[in-house]
Design a binder for this molecule. Sequence first.
Ligand SMILES: *Cc1c(COP(=O)(O)O)cnc(C)c1O
Length: 397
Amino acid sequence: MSTPVAPLSTWARNVSPSPTLAVDTKAKALLAAGGDVCSFAAGEPDFDTPEHIKEACIVALKSGKTKYAPTPGIEPLRQAIVDRYDAEYGLKATIGQVIVSPGGKFNCYLGVVATCSPGDEVIVPAPFWVSYPEMVKLAGAVPKLVLADDRTGFKLTPAQLEAAITPKTKLLILNSPSNPTGAVYTRAELEALVSVAVKHNLYILSDEMYEHLVYDGVKPTCVATLSPEAAARTITVAGFSKTYAMTGWRIGTTLAPLPIAKAISELQSQMSSNVTTFAQYGALAALKEKEKTAAAVKIMLAAFDRRRKSLHAQLNKIPGVKCLLAEGAFYLFPNISSFGLKDVDFCNRLLDEEKVAAVPGSAFGAEGYLRLSYATSDEIIAKGVSRLAKFCAGLQG
Ligand SMILES: *Cc1c(COP(=O)(O)O)cnc(C)c1O
């Protein structure tokens, strides 16, 4: 007999576990049991961290960089982050505006907590990265989901944004290039959204985690560079996980106006303190040893681009499947609504019957789609798509 205890907190009872991690875990368990699974569920590069980055971390570890460091990050890393924003976007910032946190996910969460109070509303365009609504709820704030489907290229329009704003709206979350759709907003599209946000005095959390994973000559836009008004209200989150295949290192970055950066640093000082000290030296090498890093990123990017095009072409050959060619990240988001099956049922049957793992669009707030990650081998992609085609033909038959 168990001892009766008090209920857990509102936060603990209301949080939903990550559905993307759940599918990935199920696929990995089937694989481990010897199953012949083709997984499109991964949310991380299938490459290893470049050697020179690992080496710098090992050197730092061996030379005793094993103590507490300043909460917002070691100085040389913060300076390197300032320098790279200047070099890439002409953005002038100071070291005080930069905070290094234990993963971009935590940078996002701290951005929400620093700006939102209980009852505030946060506009989250859907399809959304699964963690945004949960983070907003954990801050006591209210996520306002606004669906931007494939008819607008998965991009929120200024009219949709305007219609979703109320006197309680405090924050707009943007994520370009997007997880889960791969969509990349143009500079003009972002300017239009930012001007609505400025008019209503909203903060903007711009999650630019995939800024370097763009194709077809597309240039990413750093929202904070759009205007002085944008710079004054935008919290820019980026990181090392996706660009440099460093997901397990847990290092993300925030660039924010000084008062927000100060608040975030103080919050972090009470929640997690600094990112693992020697890991920060690996991140520093990623930014400092520019030629080696660029060479490694080029190889990964070329592989992602090749797989993106091949997956896109193969998907659109399947009768009933409609897929836009995304310009960024490593995901495609095909529309499977013509099959008349809920996407969750579609994914469950696809995994059970054909051993193909995909994440249902509804996990990202968009029913009727699949998220397919092409951060996997060409062989898995070819095999997985032909199984998907067979599955779809069976549904139509
Ligand atoms: C992966 C990801 C992050 C955070 O990654 P970390 O591993 O926590 O640095 C943030 N936003 C989006 C959209 C992502 O896909």
